[in-house]
Design a binder for this molecule. Sequence first.
Ligand code: ARG
Length: 468
Amino acid sequence: MAEGGPKKLWGGRFAASTERLAEAFNNSLEFDRRLWREDLEGSRAHARMLARQGILGAEEAQAILAGLDRIEEEIESGVFPWRDEYEDVHMNIEARLTELVGEVGGKLHTARSRNDQVATDLRLWLRRALVGLVEAQQKLARVLVAEAERHLEPPVILPGYTHLQRAQPVLLSHWFMAYYEMLSRDTTRLLDALFRMDESPLGAAALAGTSFPIDRHYTAGLLGFLEPMRNSLDAVGSRDFALEALSTIAIGQLTLSRLAEELVLYSSFEFGFVTLPDAFATGSSIMPQKKNPDIPELVRAKAGRLLGDLVALMSVVKGLPLAYNKDLQEDKEPLFDAVDAYRASLELMAAMLPGLEWHPETMKRAAAGGFALATDLADYLARKGLPFRQAHEVVGRLVRYLQEAGRELESLSLEELRTFSDLFDEDALALLSVEGSVASRNVYGGTAPEQVRARIAEAKEELEEDAP
Ligand code: ARG
């Protein structure tokens, strides 16, 4: 079959008969071809074990291993004859093996079933994929920390929001670091999933184990698994490892979708805080003034799609009797889809963030406006001994007074302030600057530059330790 792989036949239109439709419906080659490398890995380990246990002769095993090497070369160079009549990647490889090495090829499947084979392949594939995702997460983590550091001096100030109403000014660096914290947790969740999936189903055979004297600990070791799975029914029938991976990936994509959404908002004309690099946005075909944030929008949308992947596989597994059921063939597409989308989103975000052009003046103006500094005045009065509830009320009156006059807090003089409370002194005026407001939140985890700088230093050390 050509590089594009076999055509998807079960669209119905292409099926000459219901028999052909059934055959095509059953066929998984189009997507499970992706497991070929892991299928070879699993087969090599199995063949070596069979020889070691005296189940295969040494020469037989040699012939099989040589055939598997040939197959690897054929697949890599694109000349492997993928054929629809062998319904999946496992049967394609086994059929080709027998063509290449003769009848002895058929001995590879001794003491094995496609049920433990596919469970093993998928775990091997997923393990590799998750390691790749963790690496991509770390790349993005480094970018977030670098961006946080870059905007610390001079400090770039962003309005912080609650309910999407301007609430209190924060450092842009603090905002970047919030995403760093979320992403770090997404990484530990993936590592947890990796740890739990690190056991080998190989040797469970169809569902009950095998009467051949195999050594499952040996194959588990060869494949780099911590240990063999302890129960053969569980080994071939469970997909919670895939569900766990999908859940953590979906959560990870949710993190990215929130970051993406903020960029969509902040790059709009209404906010005007940031301009996206051209490569990550497109112009409108009819409205010359527009620059559409396509990439962030798609990252945002993929979160919905990945939730769909997760729900799809959960629904497949729900209520399935033990052990293997063909339903489980449907585990792969959602998993592949989610891994691909998350991987691409991580890479695109990492590439995009350093190219963002922030507009500090606009951001600062927004941060100062909308009475974002009102809490600081209330805190001031509370520090002077006024109960916070009363302080809140005094400042509330002050804000209404200014709103009616169409004025902002910065325009207040000390005399005016004192008409609302004689607790106000000269130093209260300093609070009416966003810099002063930010600097005053000097508590662990707060947005004061001192705190953020300390956290950035720590994060750099964390990333140093994790460096591959
Ligand atoms: N293509 C199948 C899958 O992906 C392989 C296992 C088939 N096993 C079986 N007993 N039909 O699940």
